[in-house]
Design a protein around this ligand. Structure first.
Ligand code: FES
Length: 63
C-alpha cells in the first residue's frame, strides 16, 4: 500500500527501512524522504513506525 503519494513510498519500503535501523522518524525522512513534501503521510508513517517498534519490543527478554 502506498503511504506517501508524493514520493511513491509504500508501507513495505517503510517496514524494510525500519528493520534496517531506521527506528526514528527523522531517519526515515532522511533515508526515504517520507513526509518531505505535503506531509499528509506523516501520521500513517508514524503509526507504522510505532507498530514496528512495538513488535521489536516483544522480542526483548524479561529479566
Ligand atoms: S504524501 Fe508524503 S509528503 Fe505528501
Amino acid at each position: 500500500m502506498y503511504v506517501c503519494l508524493c514520493k511513491g513510498i509504500t508501507d513495505s519500503q517503510l517496514r524494510d527501512a525500519i528493520a534496517n535501523g531506521g527506528n526514528e522518524f527523522k531517519q526515515l525522512k532522511q533515508q526515504l524522504a517520507v513526509g518531505s513534501q505535503c506531509g499528509k503521510c506523516v501520521p500513517v508513517a508514524m503509526a507504522i513506525l510505532a507498530e514496528e517498534n512495538a513488535k521489536a519490543c516483544l522480542y526483548y527478554e524479561v529479566a
